[in-house]
Design a protein around this ligand. Structure first.
Ligand code: GLY
Length: 331
């Protein structure tokens, strides 16, 4: 099964197929060179399976974790492509989570002004959210995603068989992004996740329903000029927590805490229950005022404050410009 993401000058498929990582030539042209980026937390077999589909492939493995989403690793990828004489006909492939996807896509977007990029997400988080929509980035000087571009993948291959090796904490952190999509856009999906007794056997359905929301949002607003900002629900404070926590908390865990601060009391009750159900945190050791300086790097910030997403009722949202002092008062 596949769905197509299309907007003004972009169109690509998201393919859902178990075992697809071993059969990439069924989905796109593999008669070329590929630079495959993976990380040390992803079983080697996945990158090797992807590599075996290409005429010639080179695997780069970076250490697992957000600290790898850096300029040095971006340069590593560019150097490797240059060394192996990559041309515009060749491609970059990410086999990993959001770090690999964002970094590989950024390198693909710059090499020879852009070569094809294929994303094979191996985490729930990247399947649900980051692999779709063309955001690429590296972190710089301690600021998350501050250097990057919009560059669409040529295809996204979702093979849920690769989730069998993903640890529980990572699965739950990915589900936080699905909860985010549901809380803002789909009350039925939220209810489904509230009632779901076994998320593992329903993971494909949750991913597909979250992807349907993301598709609608990025097709309408590919470059985050308006509607797409809704996908930042929980991220304003969440990103600041993530940078303060220096690797101790996963992205989805920080988003979970961030969402709890940006909703009405009624929503907080339901959201808190569903987050706890998936063993996600609902609060953290940092007080909001201590995070304000970090929030000032948010791409939606100006001198007075930041544009945030607020949820008053499940399945709906509003954009709210909040001043730094209003944000400091959040509890
Ligand atoms: N992850 C948020 C977005 O793609 O806009």
């Amino acid at each position: 099964m596949k769905i197509n993401i299309s907007s003004r000058d972009l169109s690509y498929d998201i393919v859902y197929e178990k075992g697809a990582i071993k059969r990439l030539s069924s989905f796109f042209d593999t008669d070329r060179k590929a630079l495959i980026l993976t990380d040390s937390g992803v079983p080697k077999a996945y990158a090797c399976s992807a590599a075996s589909c290409f005429k010639e492939a080179f695997i780069e493995t970076i250490p697992q974790g957000e600290q790898s989403k850096c300029i040095d690793n971006y340069l590593l990828l560019l150097r490797r492509m240059l060394k192996e004489n990559f041309t515009r006909h060749d491609c970059v492939v990410a086999v990993g989570g959001g770090v690999c996807g964002d970094l590989a896509a950024f390198a693909a977007s710059c090499y020879m002004r852009g070569i094809a990029f294929y994303n094979i997400p191996t985490t729930v988080l990247s399947m649900v959210d980051s692999s779709i929509g063309g955001k690429t980035a590296v972190d710089f000087e301690g600021v998350k995603n501050v250097v990057g571009s919009f560059y669409q993948p040529s295809a996204v291959i979702i093979d849920i068989d690769v989730l069998k090796t993903l640890d529980r904490r990572q699965v739950n952190a990915g589900l936080a992004e699905a909860i985010k999509m549901a809380a803002t856009n789909d009350a039925e999906l939220f209810e489904f996740m509230e009632k779901c007794e076994d998320p593992d056997s329903n993971i494909e359905e949750i991913i597909k329903r979250a992807n349907a929301i993301k598709k609608a949002v990025v097709e309408e607003d590919p470059q985050e000029k308006g509607l797409r900002k809704v996908l930042n629900f929980g991220h304003t404070v969440g990103h600041a927590i993530e940078s303060a926590a220096e690797g101790k908390l996963l992205h989805g865990e920080c988003v979970a805490i961030g969402m709890m601060l940006m909703c009405s009391e009624d929503v907080k009750k339901r959201l808190g229950n569903v987050l706890k159900k998936y063993s996600l945190p609902t609060e953290c050791e940092y007080e909001v005022p201590a995070l304000i300086d970090r929030m000032k790097h948010d791409k939606k910030a100006n001198a007075d404050g930041v544009s945030t997403v607020w949820v008053n009722g499940i399945g709906s949202f509003e954009f709210k410009n909040m001043t730094w002092s209003e944000l400091s008062g959040l509890k």
